[in-house]
Design a protein around this ligand. Structure first.
Ligand code: XMP
Length: 522
């Protein structure tokens, strides 16, 4: 039976990090909203529960509540359920257990020195003191009965606590962030020593379990998957193929907005190398026809998304003729952060751009959805891809938006412009790889601007388009900074593009950071 830690989300920006850190110590973890029903929670059969951080005060009007029953739960084997409260989670726990929590006048934020008072269980292996990361408003001023202090700091006399029966633990600081030096050890102490987990969860064990599960779910039915050549759908394709072989058909659509060589490369990799049943549908003309005259970015996105669905639908119908029956399942490369976003305590954030993915298919397709990675983070999917021997060029490629080059041609899209942009983009990316700069940036690409400027080439006057180069550093795409690429490098790329690509006579480099700019121009 898979051992699992369940994380109750009270709305902290770090909740996902807790889940990742727990998995890094070899224990599977899942996040659920703090409002989860107890029967549902118990059905997950947790080995332990972590209460995440949250808003600044338990006294805030809309502060999320901790169900007191959580602190009385028993595990499946009848033992007391271990609970670790982090920051807000510790406040909520102490308040529930009869302690006193005071609202601080100001937040304590930043590094602090934790003095360890008890070096067993939670702090085992930590010598005397350790640097921890604090970010909190409230503080415990009076311990609940039967609790004791296990760590303090200069500003926080009650920085860490435990119940004397050794089932409940609380830390005022955040063990999940990298600035807490022994954070990993503290979480490992909780999962291994306190919850008794063995720490044998890994990407490799995930593959075996998933393959079994996929086989059981699918039986002798057929699965169809939209393949984009991106990391998630590529790894999903190879994993499913390993599980069910020719019962998987992938559909790869050429929307005319792919990068140079991509149409050929994806077919070569998946059909020729992995021997996966691949239906490659060239729908360039249809997409370009639908996009003709459209300038608004959101409208472009909608048209590209809807047309994809239509083409995919048609491809599935064609498949029925080939197979003699309808596929039963639609596989998607949904990742855990998307799942959490839709169930999190805070709910989805405001839409700046509608980021539909290639996997964004209609609900009425009458296919059951299969999401083999819905519990995984991106780096875990990459690790699985590595174990499945998917080429690193696919696994470690920069992100590429579903609407492709369609949002990198500003304004109206013409086929000739797409050809120009493809060439310029390929030069930029080739040079980044050549000069070992590709992995120094999070994403890099060329944008074709609907601006023509005067130039001179030889003795000739030219009047051609401007091309912008964009390269950013980022962790997750939510914020980004423009990459400080060397001037010589930019000069070289610029010279190559202007010399080799007909239709561009001027290059600019984008020095906008996000915010206020976004990564893409549209
Ligand atoms: P922005 O431009 O919002 O981009 O700063 C953040 C990340 O999202 C990608 N992006 C998209 N991905 N469909 C996608 O699948 C979209 O419509 C879309 N728009 C932006 C962008 O490439 C960057 O990685």
């Amino acid at each position: 039976m898979l051992q699992k830690i369940v994380i109750l989300d009270f709305g902290s920006q770090y909740t996902q990090l807790i889940a990742r850190r727990v998995r890094e110590v070899g224990v599977f973890s899942e996040i659920v909203p703090c409002t989860i029903d107890l029967p549902k929670l118990m059905a997950m059969n947790p080995s332990g529960i972590i209460l995440s951080g949250g808003p600044s005060s338990v006294y805030d009007e809309h502060a999320p509540r901790l169900d007191p029953e959580i602190l009385t739960l028993k595990r499946a084997d009848g033992t007391k359920m271990p609970v670790l409260g982090i920051c807000y989670g510790m406040m909520a726990m102490c308040l529930n257990e009869g302690g006193v929590v005071a609202r601080a006048d100001h937040r304590e934020f930043g590094r602090a020195r934790l003095i360890v008072d008890r070096t067993e269980d939670l702090f085992a292996g930590i010598q005397d003191s350790s640097t921890v990361w604090m970010s909190h408003g409230d503080r415990v001023t009076e311990l609940p009965p039967d609790y004791e202090i296990i760590g303090h700091s200069e500003n926080a006399p009650v920085a860490a606590v435990r119940s004397k029966n050794l089932s409940h633990y609380g830390v005022q600081f955040h063990p999940e962030v990298v600035h807490t030096d022994d954070g990993r050890l503290i979480l490992e102490n909780f999962t291994h020593r306190i919850c008794g987990c063995s720490g044998d969860w890994s990407a490799a064990s995930f593959i075996d379990e998933k393959i079994d599960e996929i086989r059981k779910t699918v039986g002798d039915a057929h699965v169809v998957l939209g393949l984009s050549g991106g990391v998630d759908s590529s790894v999903a394709a190879v994993l499913l193929h390993k599980a069910i072989g020719d019962q998987l058909s992938c559909v790869f659509v050429n929307n005319g907005l792919l990068r140079k060589g991509e149409w050929e490369q994806v077919q070569k990799t998946f059909r020729d190398h992995f021997h996966i049943r691949l239906k490659a549908v060239d729908a360039c003309d249809l997409f370009l026809e639908r996009l003709s005259g459209v300038v608004d970015p959101e409208e472009k996105r909608k048209i590209i998304g809807n047309t994809f669905v239509e083409v995919f639908d048609q491809a599935t119908d064609d498949l029925v003729l080939e197979l003699g029956h309808r596929p039963k399942f639609l596989a998607q490369g949904t990742l855990y952060p998307d799942v959490i976003e839709s169930v999190s305590f805070k709910g989805p954030s405001v839409t700046i751009k509608s980021h539909h993915n290639v996997g964004g298919l209609p609900k009425d397709m009458k296919l059951e959805v299969l999401e083999p990675f819905r519990e995984l983070f991106k780096d875990e999917v990459r690790e699985i891809g590595r174990l499945l021997e998917i080429p690193s060029a696919i696994l470690n490629r920069h992100p590429f938006p579903g609407p492709g080059l369609g949002i990198r041609i500003i304004g109206e899209i013409h086929k000739e412009d797409l050809d120009i942009l493809r060439e310029a983009d390929a030069i930029f990316i080739d040079e980044l790889r050549e000069q070992d700069l590709y992995h120094e940036v999070w994403q890099a690409f060329a944008v074709l601007l609907p601006v023509r400027t005067v130039g001179v080439m030889g003795d000739e006057r030219t009047y051609e388009n401007v091309c912008a180069l964009r390269a950013v550093t980022s962790v997750d795409g939510m914020t980004a900074d423009w990459a400080r690429l060397p001037h010589e490098f930019l000069a070289h790329v610029s010279a190559r593009i202007v010399n080799e690509v007909r239709g561009i006579n001027r290059i600019v480099y984008d020095i906008g950071s996000k915010p206020p700019a976004t990564i893409e121009w549209e």
